[in-house]
Design a protein around this ligand. Sequence first.
Ligand code: PD2
Ligand code: ZN
Length: 278
Amino acid sequence: MQIDANLMKWLNDCLARGHSPESLTTSMLQSGWSQEMARLAIAEALGKELRAKPDVPLPTRAVPEPNLLQSPISVQAGDRLVDVWTTVKFPRVVVFGNVLTHDECDQLISLAQPKLARSLTVDNQTGGDEVNPARTSDGMFFTRGEHPLCERIERRLAALVNWPYEYGEGLQVLRYKNGAQYVPHYDYFDPAQPGTPRILERGGQRVGTIIMYLKTPERGGATVFPDIGLEVAPIKGSAVFFSYDRPHPDTKSLHGGAPVTLGEKYVATKWLREREFT
Ligand code: PD2
Ligand code: ZN
C-alpha cells in the first residue's frame, strides 16, 4: 500500500523528536485514520527510521492496542461488550472483565480436556519443545479457528486489541493444579538464541499476549508483573492483555503465574505476532 508522503514525513519527524509509536497511533486515530492504516504507516515509518540508524539493535514494532481513548468503562469487541477494569501505561497492561461468558469458559475447558499434557516450553537452542521445571502446568494448543467456539473468541480478541485475526497463534489452554506455577518469563522469543530465527519464520515476533481466566482457583494463581509489582487476580471470564514493542527486558513485560495454593486454575492464552501466523 502506498502511504501518503506528507503523512510519512510527519511520522518520521515525530519519531525523530522522540514520540512513541503508541502516541502516534493515538494521534492518527483521533484524526480519523483507521487502525489498520495507522498500524501500517507507523510500521513503515519505524522501518525507515531504523534503516537510517543501522546501529539500533532492537527495532520497536507496532503493537496491538485496545481503543481506550476517553477512558471508556467498556468497549465493544466484535460480538461482545467487554469491561475495562484496570489500565497501566508502561508496561502496557490492560485488565478486562466479562471477556468470556462462564459458559464459554466451561466449554473451552471441556474441549481442551482430552489433549491436556505436561506443558512444554520452546527449547531456545533448537527451536523445539521441552519439559520445563519452571512451568508445572498442563497444557494444550488449539489451531486457530479449530472449533467454532475458538474462532468466535479469537475474532472477539482481534477486535478488542485491534490486531488482525490472522496474526494470532491458536489458543493455548493451561491447567494449574494445586502447587503449579509458571515462573516469571518473557513471552517474546529471545533474539540471542540460535533457535529463534526458525520460530520467527511463522509470523515474526510475539508483540502481545492475552491471558483469559477460565476457572478461578480458591487461593493464589495471580498473574504477576514483578517489574511493577502488579498482581492480576485470576477471575473467571476476565483477561489480562499486555504488549511489548521489542524483544527486550526494557519492555518490563516480565510476568509469571504465581503458585496456585488452593483449588485449580485454568487459563487460555492468545499470543499475537507481528505478521500473519502460518
Ligand atoms: O497463567 C498465567 O497466569 C500465566 C502467566 C504467565 C500464563 C502465561 N504466562 C503464559 O501463558 O504465557
Ligand atoms: Zn507468559
